[in-house]
Every structure is written in C-alpha cells, then in structure tokens.
Ligand binder design. Structure first.
Ligand SMILES: [Zn+2]
Length: 217
C-alpha cells in the first residue's frame, strides 16, 4: 500500500516541478530580451485544474529560483508575497481551462506602442511573423490585440479582459494576449512553450509596428 501511495504522488510532484521550471525558464528568456526591467513582469504555468505556479512579487525574473515561485490554488485567496497582478493570471486560468501558461512583460515595444494607440484594438496585418500565433496561417489574416487602459484595480481589469475575449471580432482573429496601455503585454498559450512563442512573436510584431509607423506618413 505504501508503494501505491508513493506511485500516486510521483506524477503530482513531477507536474509541480515541470511548472516551476517552465516559469523559471520563461523569466530567464524575458530578462535576456530586456522585457522585465527592475523586477517587473510575472510568469505562471498551470500545474493541474486547481493550481498554478506563479512568480512572487519583487524578484528579478532573470535570476528566479524555485523558492521564488508560489504554488497558488485557483480557488483560494492570494498567498503571502503574491504579485499585485496575480489576480489577472488567476481569473484567466479559472475561466479558460485550455490555458497552460501566461507570461506578462513590460517590454519596450508593447509598453510604448500600447500607449500610442490608446485603448480599443491594435490590428496586426501583413506580417509573416503572425503565423507564429496558433491558428494563424497567413500574413493576410487580421489579428486583433485588445488594448485596455492601465488600472491598479486588477479585479475590474480581469472582468474587462474576459468580456473582450468572450466577444471576438467578426473580421479578425483575436491574438493570444492583450496590452495594457503604457504598461505591457500579457500573452498565453496551451503550454509554456506555446506561451513563450506567442510572447516572443507579439513583442517582436510590436517592434515591427513601431518601426513601420516611423516610415509611414
Ligand atoms: Zn505589469
């Protein structure tokens, strides 16, 4: 019987370890790209239907250790040392069981471009790199990125995000992420690998947009 219990606990432990390692790896990638200056940004990965691994507040995302990652139940109050933005992660995981990871950065391109376009929608079209986003097969497809006003009330913001995701546009695909004006980018995926690809694609597409707009009257 003891052996059975040990065998049952192993997969659970492996899932926790995999989620923690995915968060550490995503933080390193974003820090190397200078997208999480001065301990900003936060990263999370789903462990199972009820728990996520998520970065705690105030740590350098390029030097994360396992002790910096909280194991947060989705139906419990925020753990001590949680990030102020943890509720945005939790709300998305609760409402969208298909999400495996959510990464948030304060990258220069997403922060500046979002402030420039104001709230509403940033439409991407004509970029080959759009095809790095799940389900997009052509540069000709329109991809809409919702842009919200920045808000320190993250519960209110989470409701706005869900309302936009629940009402996709008729003439475009919704990006796997959104912008907070003057703040940064949230991107997600079905797995940590896909979330990282989406994060890198979107932040780079915003760099393209910024450069392109400088050359376009
Ligand atoms: Zn932030």
């Amino acid at each position: 019987m003891a052996l059975d219990l040990a065998q049952q606990s192993e997969p659970d432990e492996a899932q926790v370890t995999a989620a923690v390692e995915a968060v550490i790896s995503a933080g390193r990638m974003a820090a190397a790209r200078h997208w999480v200056p001065a301990t900003s940004g936060n990263f999370s990965a789903r462990i199972d239907a009820h728990r996520i691994a998520i970065t705690r507040s105030g740590v350098d995302k390029g030097a994360l250790e396992a002790a910096d990652i909280l194991i947060q139940p989705l139906d419990a109050p925020l753990l001590p040392r949680s990030s102020a933005e943890a509720p945005l992660h939790i709300a998305l995981y609760r409402r969208r069981p298909e999400l495996g990871a959510i990464f948030h950065v304060h990258g220069p391109a997403s922060t500046v471009l979002s402030r420039g376009v104001g709230t509403g929608t940033l439409r991407l079209q004509g970029w080959e790199l759009q095809k790095a986003l799940a389900g997009i097969t052509s540069h000709e497809e329109a991809v809409d990125v919702p842009v919200f006003a920045n808000d320190q009330d993250t519960a209110r913001l989470a409701d706005l995000v869900e309302a936009r995701l629940a009402a996709p546009p008729h003439d475009a695909r919704l990006a796997p992420g959104y912008l907070l004006a003057g703040h940064g980018l949230y991107a997600w995926g079905a797995s940590p690998r896909e979330a990282a690809r989406h994060l890198e694609a979107l932040e780079t597409l915003f760099e393209f947009e910024l450069s392109y707009r400088r050359f376009t009257p």
